[in-house]
Design a protein around this ligand. Structure first.
Ligand SMILES: Cc1cc2nc3c(=O)[nH]c(=O)nc-3n(C[C@H](O)[C@H](O)[C@H](O)COP(=O)(O)O)c2cc1C
Length: 330
């Protein structure tokens, strides 16, 4: 059984991202960097409790590729956490993560996500309800605080006492939303306060050098937006962090590719990967939905290429894989 305590260090995780980290994205990331832990998009415990078809489909994963596989949930009703957790465990997930960080107005106004930072008793109750219904580990992803960061340690103490086994901390407060630079200092302080708890830092990692400079005393890093159009960054991060921890002899490294943590993937090499991503999305979601959801990824994949603006304008209207091939000149 998966355990946050024994999973190899450093932990490198793909951040849960609504509208992004669906099965096709997770599987493509795992193809590049098999060491990465993947999370689903955040899913409503209410919807899972009631067996809502669309949400249940979002828990589908490929166990041969996507392990460790963590399902992230949000909500506020302990009974629904209890039943949703059982469903998630039965479906074979390796862990359940509770979202206590989403700052979206719709989420916070329903007392979900970041709102739980202001309601530590309920936050602890949700962890406790989840924990008591399953054997797989329960973790929490949260932010530094609501408006202050000195609440981070007492808040985490409460959710750890309730049974959370690992924490992923986004280095921003609720009030920052996504603005300003992520502040990792309170995360390092948190790790000093709970040295035996696996703690993962998150925020503004865009390249391997960022991961190396930010990991500090933490057990791992979590990367979100840095993967947009550049999933290869995950392999670079794995290489660079493993080299930092174990020395570069540990790497099966292609010297032609330069230093560990740098990959010179040409656009020509990226094209087959991009098409495979499209094919997977279409296979898993059907042509209409699959291609619609691929458009944001396609726009990201061509970023920085000569003629990107023109390619992007055509790619965001792509309806079929053939349309993508025509833009990429295949
Ligand atoms: C499009 C998008 C969707 C997100 N959805 C979620 C989510 O479902 N659950 C969650 O915990 N965080 C979510 N986040 C926050 C990320 O997981 C992460 O904490 C944040 O982007 C900071 O990390 P980064 O700088 O590496 O992107 C989302 C972020 C973005 C950009």
């Amino acid at each position: 059984m998966f355990s946050w305590h024994t999973t190899p260090r450093p932990i490198i995780a793909l951040a849960p991202m609504a509208g992004v980290t669906d099965a096709s994205y997770r599987q493509m990331i795992k193809r590049i960097a098999p060491e990465v832990i993947v999370y689903t998009e955040f899913l409503s415990t209410d919807a899972i409790h009631y067996g809502a078809k669309k949400t249940m489909k979002m828990i589908d994963f490929d166990p041969a590729v996507e392990r460790p596989f963590i399902v992230q949930v949000f909500g506020k009703d302990p009974e629904h956490f209890l039943s949703a957790a059982k469903v998630i465990e039965e479906l074979g997930a390796d862990g359940i993560d509770i979202n206590m960080g989403c700052p979206a107005a719709k989420v916070v106004s329903s007392c979900h996500g970041s709102a739980l930072i202001r309601n530590p008793d309920l936050a602890a109750e949700l962890v406790h309800a989840t924990k008591k219904s399953v054997k797989i580990p329960v973790s929490v992803k949260t932010r530094l605080g609501w408006e202050r960061t000195d609440t981070l340690i007492p808040f985490c103490q409460k959710i750890l006492e309730a049974g959370a086994e690992a924490l992923a901390i986004h280095g921003r407060r609720y009030c920052d939303k996504f603005s300003g630079a992520a502040n990792w200092d309170p995360i390092y302080e948190l790790k000093k306060a709970f040295p035996h708890i696996p703690i993962i830092g998150n925020g503004d990692i865009a390249c391997a050098a960022d991961a190396v400079s930010k990991i500090g005393n933490l057990d791992g890093v979590m990367v979100g937006r840095g993967t947009f159009g550049n999933p290869w960054v995950m392999a670079e991060i794995v290489e660079a962090l493993y080299a930092k921890v174990y020395g570069s002899e540990c790497l099966v490294h292609d010297a032609e590719n330069g230093e560990p943590g740098t990959r010179n993937v040409s656009f020509a090499e990226k094209i087959p990967f991009i098409l495979e991503h499209c094919e997977l999305a279409v296979r898993l979601k059907g042509e209409v939905r699959g291609m619609l959801e691929m458009r944001r990824h396609l726009a990201s994949y061509v970023r920085g290429q000569p003629g990107a603006a023109e390619m992007r304008a055509r790619l965001v209207r792509a309806e079929k894989i053939e349309d993508v091939k025509a833009v990429l000149c295949i």
